[in-house]
Write a protein that binds this ligand. Structure first.
Ligand SMILES: [Zn+2]
Length: 304
């Protein structure tokens, strides 16, 4: 009797849940990308504040965190330090080896910048413009996607090798005449033999109203990678992928394109109104948006 009652109550409970659309969440397989886990990776990066050059504590915390997540999941992690434009930086490069026994030398690079901007120069309040950007979306979201992808790839190893590269000092552009993408440019200089067959930079992908058009440098110079991504997005009904060509955006893919590598950029545009302001906080992010991006990337890798 007790069991029957429990069964009936469970049934009523299930009916009540089903009548609430927000409760209808598709159940994820363990080896599937999980947007909630990615949200957790964003929160963890923000624990010590912005990852700007002056905030050594926050930078060390995030570096440690990335390495701690990746060390049980990847076959190698390389830390490459550099000095450029009067700054000290660190790029991290983790690899998850492909299972293919053939002589398939192809590899895919996923990249994200792990620093955040030291000046909120787009803040509506002039008094806050010398405050740092916390960078939940601008920086944090891309790193989070890569960290969750590492778990997915380790659970179900891909046939070809995937490199996860975390670039420092992307967001110093136009501050004291520095360029954007210092870390990505340094990575190319220091690894001249690294020639991935395709690459995808992930930046600003957690907004609740996700809108990623086809970034114009990527569409012009690596259309085959972009076409495949948008084909998958269409199949998956990933509504955050907007099928039109957007603007030219300066991001970590540009130095790779200049080096002749097919590396594209997934980035929200127009930028959210809190871009480069003190409002770039985790309450603007959504697990569903991260989920969409993760699903598209998972399929891209699995079918490459
Ligand atoms: Zn930025």
């Amino acid at each position: 009797m007790a069991r029957i009652t429990a069964f009936i109550i469970a049934g009523l409970w299930a009916t009540a849940l089903a009548s609430q659309p927000q409760a209808e969440k598709p159940k994820l397989e363990k080896s599937q990308f999980d947007g909630q886990r990615a949200m957790h990776h964003i929160a963890e990066q923000l624990v010590q504040g912005s990852r700007e050059p002056a905030n050594i504590k926050a930078k060390q915390h995030t570096l440690n965190y990335i390495q701690q997540v990746l060390s049980p999941l990847s076959h190698s992690i390389r830390s490459q330090t550099f000095n450029a434009y009067g700054l000290h930086g660190t790029n991290l490069w983790a690899s998850i080896k492909g299972q293919s026994k053939s002589r398939d030398k192809r590899r895919i690079m996923l990249g994200a910048h792990w620093d955040s901007r030291p000046q909120a120069d787009r803040d509506a309040d002039p008094l806050l413009r010398n405050h740092p950007v916390i960078g939940a979306n601008d920086g944090g979201s891309g790193v989070a996607v890569l960290l969750e992808m590492a778990r997915v790839l380790a659970a179900q190893p891909p046939s070809i090798t995937v490199d996860l590269v975390f670039f420092d000092l992307e967001d110093m552009g136009d501050i004291d005449n520095r360029p954007y993408s210092i870390g990505a440019s340094q990575f190319i200089v220091r690894n001249p033999d690294y020639r991935p067959s395709a690459g995808i930079i992930v930046d600003m992908v957690c907004d609740k109203n996700l809108r990623i058009p086809r970034e114009r440098h990527s569409q012009t110079r690596a259309p085959e990678v972009m076409d495949r991504l948008w084909q998958i997005a269409r199949q998956q009904r990933a509504s955050g992928f907007i099928d039109r060509t957007g603007s030219f955006i300066n991001d970590d893919h540009v130095p790779f394109l200049d080096a002749g590598l097919k590396v594209v950029d997934l980035i929200q545009y127009p930028f959210p109104d809190y871009w480069h302001s003190t409002g770039d906080s985790i309450d603007k992010c959504s697990a569903q948006s991260l989920q969409q991006v993760g699903n598209v990337l998972s399929e891209f890798i699995a079918t490459y």
